[in-house]
Design a protein. Structure first.
Ligand SMILES: N[C@@H](CCC(=O)N[C@@H](CS)C(=O)NCC(=O)O)C(=O)O
Length: 249
């Protein structure tokens, strides 16, 4: 069983989204993390070497760093195609965008927010305005990072673009705004949002369950969305674990 170390309102939300797109069983373990406003704290139960999220455990493997987790999951779990496999066309571009978020985009935009001057030849990323130009040029002419096919590159890069737009860390353009609307309008985003609110959650693909649970007029808009029910676990007053459904598809 996959276990995701997760903290609400953090980068691990993107991995929840990806797990929902992939429609594979997983559970989350909520951990405390240090927040930018000084709240929170490092959690001894978190196995991440820096006490951060996301961190994913699967079959004895431990993976951290969002891009690495995305690659690990999309290479191993391929019932729903979320990126080109090794040897397939587009693989190089896929890997590049998975690495670009934490290697280039985030450092550039965070440095600008913190008024840290860019130094060519020293910093391993480009200045923020150059990053903005690259994103604009790329997304103005296609629906998704890999062209017309949605992939985990859109979860990793797109999730960050969407966040940066909301945080006003990136200049809003019609292309970026339309792209963000396109990728956040997916059923898996709503499911991940519901799952992210739970203290612990297990999400189980269940072919029979969803039809029973699905509201009559709801339509699954994404070809990759498969029926799943999301179960929250919490404890009642006597300390017993209880379960309730928070979302279904
Ligand atoms: N490059 C890492 C960044 C992880 C990261 O910084 N996560 C934040 C939450 S959004 C965190 O855990 N912060 C707590 C801390 O810095 O101690 C990744 O993409 O996985």
């Amino acid at each position: 069983m996959i276990t995701l170390h997760h903290a609400p309102m953090s980068r691990s939300g993107g991995i929840l989204w990806l797990l929902e797109e992939l429609a594979i069983p997983y559970e989350t373990k909520i951990v405390n993390i240090r927040r930018a406003d000084g709240s929170g704290g490092r959690d001894a139960a978190n196995l991440h070497p820096h006490g951060k999220v996301p961190l994913l455990m699967d079959d004895g493997d431990t993976v951290f760093e969002s891009g690495a987790i995305a690659l690990y999951l999309t290479d191993k779990y391929r019932k729903v195609r979320m990126g080109p496999a090794p040897g397939e066309a587009g693989r190089g571009e896929y890997l590049s965008w998975l690495a670009y978020r934490t290697g280039v985009m985030e450092p550039a935009l965070i440095c600008r927010r913190l008024n840290i001057q860019h130094v060519y030849g020293m910093m391993g990323w480009g200045p923020a305005d150059e990053v903005e130009e690259v994103l604009e040029r790329h997304l103005a002419s296609r629906s998704y990072f890999l062209g017309e096919e949605f992939s985990a590159a859109d979860v990793i890069m797109g999730g960050a673009v969407n966040f940066m737009l909301m945080a006003k860390m990136i200049t809003e353009t019609p292309a970026l705004k339309a792209y963000a609307a396109r990728i956040t309008d997916r059923p898996a985003v709503a499911r991940a949002t519901a799952a992210g609110r739970c203290r612990t959650v297990s999400s189980m693909a269940s072919p029979a369950g969803p039809r029973r649970l699905r509201p009559p007029r709801e339509r699954w808009r994404s070809a990759s969305s498969r029926p799943t029910s999301i179960r929250c676990h919490s404890r009642n007053r006597r300390g017993r674990r209880t379960r309730s459904r928070t979302g279904s598809r």
